[in-house]
Design a protein around this ligand. Structure first.
Ligand code: ATP
Ligand code: MG
Length: 325
């Protein structure tokens, strides 16, 4: 069975962008692949995090992985910092990375723009991500469209290591899971759980009132036509994408349904649809969040991951000469 690895940062509560662009698809993938789903807390601390909030976001993320339907007997769910091999291999991958190629990453540029005191960790985020993936001999990495560039770099670093030292890493394939969901307040910017403007995203745990308010105040384009046209009508096109993915209806049939009805009717139905998809997930989430099950799953996940990661870590150390013979 081929191996899948994918990570999500506990840098906030998951958004519908994370759900539609990543998590939703994991549930189907688990039937055909051996899956590792990681809560990447060491990636989250590349920007400042409140320690208590970080702990809570990890627990929430674990409960959400389970609430959307991941079967813990099939998939391994674990926390990155509980498997030290990630940080150990990350250092080795940093030593085969060039500063220039890291500075070219758009995520680094976006997240460091206009900030004072940008952490070195934000720059070396991609070699840590490469380590996460390569440690498990991963064949396929399913991610949202925004992670394409990091995956290309992972392949470059793996290939460079294989040529320079020893041919030990599998070059992973990227599987882009869906369209990029954009911010409700700025359709030029991707929806992000760490956005300081909470009106820009719908969180998977937002209640009905908040969801309705955020969708009603989402920016729209100048006319009243519910029509998909990314170039000229990026805001309504984004809302149409969300509607289409949540309802599994074609965009063209949604356009037809709202012909002549204007943005108001469309937005109020989109709010209702969003609530109807998120409510059952939230119900299951709150049961899990209060229970010991989350801790048991994370303990077992960390055991499995630690056992699996050891093999490639040792091979990498031997290849680079970090092992005593
Ligand atoms: P942060 O703002 O802290 O970077 P994020 O919302 O970008 O948070 P990540 O943890 O970086 O979330 O990414 C988790 C997964 O969700 C990845 O597979 C990523 O590609 C996907 N993803 C993130 N944002 C979107 C989006 N707007 N549309 C589709 N997929 C997304
Ligand atoms: Mg991100």
């Amino acid at each position: 069975m081929k191996k899948i690895f994918s990570g999500i940062q506990p840098s906030g509560t998951l958004t519908i962008g994370n759900y539609l662009g990543a998590m939703k698809h994991f549930v189907d993938l688990q039937h055909d692949y051996e899956c590792m789903f990681c809560i990447v807390d060491q990636h989250a601390i590349t920007v400042p995090q409140d320690p208590d909030e970080l702990r809570d976001h990890k627990r929430k993320l674990a409960a959400l992985y389970m609430a959307v339907g991941l079967d813990v007997n099939k998939s391994t769910i674990f926390i990155q910092s509980e498997v030290p091999a990630h940080a150990q291999l990350a250092w080795m991958m940093q030593c085969v990375s060039y500063i220039g190629e890291l500075e070219r990453m758009t995520q680094f540029k976006d997240k460091s723009e206009g900030k004072n005191g940008v952490s070195a960790g934000l720059l070396t985020y991609p070699p840590l991500m490469a380590a996460d993936i390569l440690l498990y001999g991963t064949d396929i990495v399913p991610v949202g469209d925004d992670q394409r560039q990091h995956l290309e770099l992972t392949r470059t670093l793996a290939d460079r290591f294989n040529r320079q030292y020893a041919d030990i890493f599998t070059l992973p394939e990227t599987k882009i899971l869906g369209r990029r969901i954009m911010s409700l307040q700025n359709p030029e910017k991707k929806m992000s759980k760490s956005d300081a403007n909470t009106k820009g995203f719908i969180s998977m745990l937002d209640d009905e009132k908040t969801i309705t308010k955020k969708i009603k105040s989402a920016v729209t384009d100048s006319d009243q036509d519910v029509r998909f046209d990314v170039e000229n009508k990026p805001a309504i096109s984004n809302l149409l994408t969300i509607y289409s993915l949540l309802s599994t209806q074609e965009v063209s049939s949604i356009e037809k349904e709202y012909e002549g009805k204007g943005y108001g009717a469309f937005k109020s139905d989109l709010a209702e649809l969003t609530v109807s998809v998120l409510t059952p997930i939230q119900k299951r989430f709150y049961e899990l969040y209060e229970s010991d099950e989350v801790d048991n799953v994370l303990d077992a996940g960390s055991d499995t991951a630690n056992k699996q990661a050891r093999t490639l870590l040792q091979k990498a150390e031997e290849a680079m000469g970090l092992h005593r013979t």
